[in-house]
Design a protein around this ligand. Structure first.
Ligand code: NBG
Length: 826
């Protein structure tokens, strides 16, 4: 790969400085010395946008001249994180801008801190979408991210008295400097009403006309996605909703007035808020509205654009357009594209179906049953009457196919039909209506093929493939950890890793070099100081950067087993109390996690973590050997600080449950060692770096699935035989951690007896506990040999190459999207 020019051509220090001053004046009628930090952030961002816009224009000029195939990445979520720093990095003028600001007496870090985190996503799925966009631009592939401009992103988390409190995230409050409204591309989106069949005399066919519907305009806002050092700016297009009828009191009679109010309310509600559920769906009508709203708008606009560039020849749409459906959320795209092709473009069903199946592709991100969306037929039919007819027809034809292929095997219809027992199964529609189905790590894809989607795999194996997830090293090393980034470049003698992460392999030869090991540990120490400062400022807790930083940050979910982690801390605390001089390297256990607002067990777990922290952190008898910190409001911006400072990465999901994980890769990139199960992408990480450089424990996916299928696990056996663990469990209910009495009874019961319809310890916390504790003991022992620890960390960094989202994107391009790179000149 060619190395990129060191500096941005469009950047000029003196001009930039002048622009900041001008912007402050124009935006706020102030001089720079009277501007607030927030105002300076706005002014600087606007100056950066000025550079971006030139490259953005150039990119679209190239699009129009070369008419390339474009991928539309349809996703309900884009967890993009802050843009300013990342844009400067990718424009290659971070250093220069920081110098300019410095000359003006302004600290770039403080300016970056003014930016709200656009939290338009929940967790891994949304962050993956953001990493993919970064890679698409950097690699030079034409792409649009298509999503929703939620007024409120994921809630902000406050911890009060140990409990999670959700606070609205009004990220647009002060205006978002990088977005551009594109009113000229607005689309009408129709809901409800009914379908009238009208005979078209001229065409000699029936037409299906939706009448008495309510509608809104979808109005796009474009956000720039800056490629690294290649002048390429792709677009993240997020749709806002506006009423069709302008609200104007005087000119309305009563009927219009009501209609105007209704439209206004409909528009407002659609884009009001992101559903805060991760890997779990809520079958709410509003959610289906959101899905149809952004999918319909994105497809309508994609088709307009295609027709403009291709002489209105709809027949070859698949040659230039590809819709990637990020999980089941946007899979209504299949039916909506059919509707447009059949009703509006006048194609026959068969041709429309051929085009649709060629254009659409589906990524599955989880096997958790509670995340596979199903919509009740009556709700769907009421909200989208014409689309429903199309779904019915898709289902009718597909069921015929199944019956033809598998005569008298009703089981096949039962598992694969799109509509079944009054529900529309969106995953099934995506598989039938697309050319491709992929999982997000090898193990996950195998489980899809052999179990979850077995019948589909048997019937259409050619559609299935694996695309192991990846992350962008630009944000998660170059921006997040400048010390280590610079060190890597120096060691391997090139910054080529920024656009070709496989080059980081060059570090491997230093793994045994004590000087280099020390350099690594020094950098880690600096990063730990930075995190300690953050924790002090935000939590008021002193943590010692000389302790092991053992970190679990991710959404709170039972299958991710934060509970097992905190049970282990309780166990360690007992050990230390009983034996204060025990051989133990002091450790700080750090957690960060948001729980879905309605997820009771998850919220109890947060309370438990905080309650344990209260007891442990305030017990002088253990001499600060053990600390527990729960970092409030875990999000992309503090994640960057956290990964850089971590020694140990907790990836401890019940095997088979975590489709891939991507945090695991970010830790690895930053030289943390993984304690983990053989789940998701951990399996492939172990393959790259060697199991001896990780701390692997617990049941395999096979074993877990065997217990699930055949039973045979009784947590009471463990309770009865393991005295240490029994003591920990009893401490959940004996007041050790809750003076309020029975706070953790539910958790206790869920582990030993089961609650509701759930069997006890659904996620095998107790079953894996001993194995986990042993792995933890190996970690603790290993850390004492600092040289060897550093060696393992360096080997991890050197082996992370595969996990760049650049590699993932190249695989999507080659196997599914078939895009050509374009070159943008400015
Ligand atoms: C999540 C999985 C993760 C995976 C991300 C990105 C959903 C539905 N799934 O393991 O739980 O890393 O997707 O693929 O959010």
């Amino acid at each position: 790969m060619e190395s990129t020019p060191a500096k941005n051509k469009l950047f000029d220090k003196a001009v930039f400085k002048k622009e900041i001053q001008e912007n402050v004046k124009l935006l706020f009628r102030k001089t720079i010395d009277h501007a607030s930090q927030e105002e300076i952030f706005q002014a600087v961002s606007l100056a950066v946008k000025d550079i971006i816009v030139d490259e953005w224009l150039a990119t679209h000029k190239t699009y129009n001249e070369t008419n390339p195939k474009i991928v539309y990445y349809l996703s309900m979520e884009f967890l993009i994180g802050r843009a300013l720093g990342n844009n400067l990095i990718n424009l290659r003028c971070y250093k220069e801008v920081s110098e300019v600001l410095d000359e003006m007496g302004i600290d770039i870090n403080v300016v970056e801190d003014q930016e709200p985190d656009p939290a338009l996503g929940n967790g891994g799925l949304g962050r993956l979408a953001a990493c993919f966009l970064d890679s698409l631009s950097t690699l030079g592939y034409p792409a649009y991210g298509c999503g929703i401009r939620y007024k409120y992103g994921l809630f902000k988390q406050k911890i009060e008295n140990g409990y999670q409190i959700e606070v609205p995230d009004n990220w647009l409050k002060n205006g978002y400097p990088f977005e551009i409204k594109r009113a000229e591309y607005k689309q009408e989106i129709k809901f409800g009403g009914y379908v009238r069949v009208v005979w078209d005399e001229q065409a000699h066919k029936n037409r299906f006309v939706q009448t008495d519907y309510q509608s809104v305009y979808a109005v796009p806002y474009d956000l720039p996605i800056v490629g690294y050092g290649n002048n390429m700016i792709n677009t993240l297009r997020i749709w806002d909703a506006e009423p069709i009828v302008e609200f104007n009191l005087e000119s309305f009679d009563k009927g219009n007035y009501t209609k105007a109010v209704e439209q206004e309310n409909l528009a407002k509600s659609i884009v009001e808020v992101l559903y805060p559920n991760d890997s779990h769906y809520s079958g709410k009508e509003l959610r289906l509205k959101q899905q149809y709203f952004f999918v319909s708008a994105s497809i309508q606009r994609a088709i307009q654009k295609y027709k403009e560039l291709n002489n209105n020849d709809i027949h070859k749409l698949y040659e230039k357009v590809c819709f990637q459906m990020n999980d089941t959320h946007p899979t209504i795209a299949v039916a909506e594209l059919m509707r447009i092709l059949v009703d509006e473009e006048d194609l026959e069903w068969d041709e429309a179906w051929d085009i649709t199946t060629k254009c659409c592709a589906y990524t599955n991100h989880t096997i958790m049953a509670e995340a596979l969306e199903k919509w009740p037929v009556d709700l769907f039919m009421r909200l989208l009457p014409r689309v429903y007819q199309i779904v019915e027809e898709i289902n009718r034809r597909f069921v015929n196919q199944i019956e033809e292929r598998y005569p008298n095997q009703y089981n096949k219809v039962k598992s694969m039909a799109v509509i079944y027992e009054g529900q529309i199964r969106m995953a099934n529609m995506a598989i039938v209506g697309g050319s491709s189905v992929n999982g997000v790590a090898r193990l996950h894809t195998e489980i899809l093929e052999k179990r979850e989607l077995k019948d589909f795999y048997e019937m259409m194996p050619e559609k299935f493939s694996n695309k192991t997830n990846g992350i962008t090293q630009r944000r998660f090393l170059l921006h997040a950890n400048p010390l280590q980034a610079e060190w890597v470049t120096k060691k391997i003698g090139t910054d080529g890793w920024i656009t070709d992460l496989s080059q980081i392999k060059g570090l491997e030869k230093y793994a045994d070099d004590p000087t280099v090991q020390k350099e690594f540990m020094d950098i880690k120490y600096q990063n730990k100081l930075r995190l300690a400062k953050y924790i002090k400022e935000h939590n008021g807790i002193d943590v010692d950067p000389n302790t092991i930083f053992d970190v679990q940050v991710k959404r709170l979910h039972e299958y991710k087993r934060q509970l097992m982690n905190i049970l282990h801390v309780m166990y360690l605390y007992n050990q230390l109390k009983a034996n204060p001089n025990m051989d133990f390297y002091p450790t700080t256990f750090i957690f960060g996690a948001k729980a879905a607002a309605g997820y009771k067990r998850a919220k109890e777990t947060i309370k438990l973590i905080n309650s344990v922290a209260d007891v442990v952190n305030n017990d002088p008898t253990i001499n600060g050997k053990l600390k527990v910190v729960f970092i409030e409001n875990y999000r992309v911006s503090n994640a960057e600080i956290i990964f850089a400072a971590s020694d140990v990465s907790e990836q401890i999901s019940t095997a088979s449950k975590e489709a891939s994980g991507t945090g695991n890769m970010k830790f690895m990139l930053n030289g943390a060692l993984t304690i983990g199960t053989m789940d998701g992408a951990n399996v492939e990480m172990a393959e790259e770096v060697g199991e001896e450089n990780m701390f692997i424990f617990g049941m395999s996916a096979e074993e877990v699935m065997a217990y699930e299928a055949n039973g045979g696990y009784n947590p009471y056996d463990i309770y009865n035989s393991d005295g240490d663990l029994r003591k920990v469990l009893e401490q959940l209910v004996d007041g050790t951690y809750s003076k309020e009495g029975d706070l953790f009874n539910e958790i206790y019961t869920s582990l030993l007896k089961g609650t509701g319809y759930d069997r006890p310890d659904v996620y095998f916390n107790l079953k894996d506990f001993r194995s986990y504790a042993q792995a933890q003991a190996r970690v603790n022992k290993a850390y004492k040999d600092r040289n060897n620890w550093a060696k393992m960390a360096i080997l991890n960094i050197a082996s992370v190459g595969k996990f760049s989202s650049d590699r993932t994107i190249e695989e999507y391009v080659k196997d599914i999207w078939h895009l050509e790179k374009i070159t943008v000149n400015v």
